[in-house]
Design a protein around this ligand. Structure first.
Ligand code: ATP
Ligand code: MG
Ligand code: FE
Length: 347
């Protein structure tokens, strides 16, 4: 199926077009530079930016794909979770295009999309799929027997998300926003073993699949503060590398344990933090040692984009899932257990 997907859950206006598992277009307009000087995403600014970028980004995607809107089999849109006002712009645009074109509308889950996007990279997802979802707002281990209908959380962060920890540590280091890419860059020049930062929730009695990054974040902040108070220079590269090592060590350890416990022979990693070079390298190494096949999309498909929404929408069409109603709501806290929002009257 030929599907157009619209993503506006945060600060990226993304429009992607796919045919089944084939990526045809991935157009993005980001308002991240506008938010950078506030040190985080400002919801009202994000909504306004989506509104301005929406139609031009849709046009750009259609042009890139070389398809006519009338040939689409459906229009998919992120219905949640995310910023309410930002989601609303995408949902309204998707409704308008779908209604005007006479195409079915599919409101899909942003988190399930972060997983489903890997079909564009590595083909059909195995069933069940074991997924480590690590992004700005979420960090979870998920087991999905069917990405369009059945997604089960094995464990999640009990405090900060992994991406949030990257952003906060970058802030303490005065490296700007968003923190992930810049920490990744500095870490390349540093020694990951320079500072022994804590590995949260890895004790024998801790929940095996839950994460905690708030203690790590605080430990890094205290370490930096002590250096500054002593009038010493902060070794930014060493801090970045050691912090990043602690995060990726915990993430990969727990993900591999989940694969082993559940008897799953592959691991999918998705979400913005999956773009991290050290996480990718460590996962590759540890998966190879454990005989597990690693599936991680290219970095550009890990961070927010429209192609991931189109990928999940195409899967909904392929599996004859019910379309959404014309009064599809934007749901800022749509749970990961609901991969799409079907028309309630279609049940
Ligand atoms: P969610 O998907 O939970 O709603 P989001 O959509 O805001 O959150 P994503 O775009 O999926 O998040 O990911 C953004 C996060 O990924 C940010 O916290 C950012 O710092 C982090 N990130 C991006 N690139 C990297 C990288 N190379 N290394 C580490 N973190 C990264
Ligand atoms: Mg973003
Ligand atoms: Fe995301």
């Amino acid at each position: 199926p030929l599907v157009l997907g619209i993503e506006t859950s945060c600060d990226e206006t993304g429009v992607g077009i796919v045919r089944g598992h084939t990526l045809l277009a991935d157009a993005i307009a980001s308002s991240v530079d506008t938010h950078a000087r506030f040190g985080g995403v400002v919801p009202e600014i994000a909504s306004r930016a989506h509104l301005e970028a929406m139609v031009p980004t849709i046009d750009r995607a259609l042009e890139q794909a070389g398809v006519a809107a009338t040939d689409l089999d459906g229009i998919a849109v992120t219905a949640g979770p995310g910023l309410a006002g930002a989601l609303l712009v995408g949902v309204s645009a998707a409704k308008a295009y779908a209604y005007a074109l006479g195409k079915p509308l599919y409101g899909v889950n942003h988190l399930a999309s972060h997983i489903c996007v890997d079909q564009l990279e590595h083909g059909a997802l195995p069933e069940p799929t074991m997924a480590l979802l690590v992004s700005g707002g979420h960090s979870s281990l998920l087991l999905a027997p069917d990405i369009t209908a059945d997604v089960r959380p094995l464990g999640s962060t009990i405090d900060d998300a992994a991406g949030e920890a990257f952003d906060k540590v970058a802030r303490v280091l005065n490296l700007g926003f968003p923190g992930g890419p810049v920490i990744d860059k500095y870490a390349k020049e540093g020694d990951p073993a320079a500072i022994a930062f804590p590995r949260g929730l890895t004790g024998p009695r801790d929940a095996p699949y839950d994460f905690s990054f708030s203690g790590l974040k605080t430990a890094v902040a205290r370490w930096i503060e002590a250096k500054r108070n002593a009038g010493e220079e902060v070794p930014v590269a060493h801090v970045a590398a050691s912090f990043q090592e602690a995060v990726t060590d915990v993430l990969t350890r727990k993900a591999l344990r989940a694969c082993r416990d559940e008897g799953v022979d592959h691991l999918m990693i998705g979400g913005g933090v999956a773009a991290n070079s050290r996480l990718r390298a460590m996962a590759e190494e540890r998966c190879a040692d454990a005989g597990i096949t690693l599936r991680v999309p290219r970095p550009k498909l890990c961070t927010d984009n429209g192609a991931m929404v189109a990928a999940l929408g195409a899967e909904m069409v392929a599996r004859n899932r019910a379309a959404s109603a014309w009064d599809l709501p934007a749901d800022s806290s749509l749970p990961v257990t609901e991969p799409h929002v079907p028309d309630p009257s279609a049940a």
